[in-house]
Design a protein around this ligand. Structure first.
Ligand code: ZN
Ligand code: FE
Length: 261
């Protein structure tokens, strides 16, 4: 079998849809819009085998019905969210086998209460570990807490941070530069962050996505994976002096980001 290729498909203003294929068959993740997916399938002459959904928001499921009707693709999605039916509902530690590789499902509530992520630990067909995490972890940031609690999101992000350092982080939005602006306000003495911000500025100037990122990079630069570090804790204390416990520090950091311009 052929090794797998990963393609980033921009959609709307700042979404990324993900397509993985072996030259004949493909899967897509979070197809908020069917149009750019169908164009890519046609261009590469691919048959859509499956659709993986991370959560129920329209910019992640808007193209599901059209793609399923056109291709007969099998749809996987979270157990407890409203997703266009029929969908095979998957949850913690379930395995999704597509294109000859296995994804382990992780429940990562916070952005929505049923949000899931799909993790492939690496194999002959795709040696680099691969994470599709929707709107949970972004490069330099994390999703807003629309349905979940800070404690849930902190636990979800900690589980993602425990994945192998070389894991490709395939998140669903190009929010990196605005996230890094906030990150620098919080963790401005972090040399890795300063260097990464300069790198991402250059990427965007050339019109190149900053995504996928890597877990190892995010652990060095993302304040939401670093809310336990001395630098981030000291900054959060300036914002909210009453935040001492880990969950409270994380909650204060998220609230600070919500109000940051
Ligand atoms: Zn969302
Ligand atoms: Fe989204």
């Amino acid at each position: 079998m052929n090794t797998l290729s990963l393609i980033t498909i921009p959609a709307f203003d700042d979404n990324y849809l993900w397509l993985l294929h072996n030259g004949a068959n493909a899967i897509v993740v979070d197809p908020g819009d069917a149009v750019p997916i169908q164009a890519k399938l046609k261009e590469l002459n691919l048959k859509l085998e499956a659709i993986l959904v991370t959560h129920h928001h329209a910019d992640h499921v808007g193209g599901v019905d059209t793609l399923r009707n056109a291709t007969g693709a099998h749809v996987y999605g979270p157990a407890f969210e409203v997703i266009p039916e029929p969908v095979q509902r998957v949850g913690s530690a379930d395995t999704v086998s597509v294109l000859g590789i296995d994804f382990t499902v992780m429940e990562v509530p916070g952005h929505t209460s049923g949000h899931i992520a799909y993790f492939h630990k690496g194999s002959n067909l795709h040696p680099t570990p691969l994470l599709f995490c929707g709107d949970t972890l972004f490069s330099g940031g994390c999703g807003r807490l629309f349905e979940g609690t800070p404690a849930q999101m902190l636990k979800s992000l900690s589980a993602l941070a425990a994945l192998p350092e070389d894991t490709l982080v395939c998140c669903a939005h190009e929010y990196t530069l605005s996230n890094l602006k906030f990150a620098l306000a919080v963790d401005g003495a972090n040399a890795d962050l300063i260097a990464y911000e300069a790198h991402c500025q250059a990427q965007r100037k050339s019109g190149i996505p900053t995504i996928p990122s890597r877990i190892g990079i995010e652990k060095k630069i993302n304040p939401f994976l670093r809310s336990h570090t001395a630098g981030v804790m000291a900054s959060v204390e300036q914002y909210n002096a009453t935040a001492k416990a880990a969950t409270d520090v994380f909650a204060a950091l998220r609230e600070w980001k919500n109000n940051f311009r």
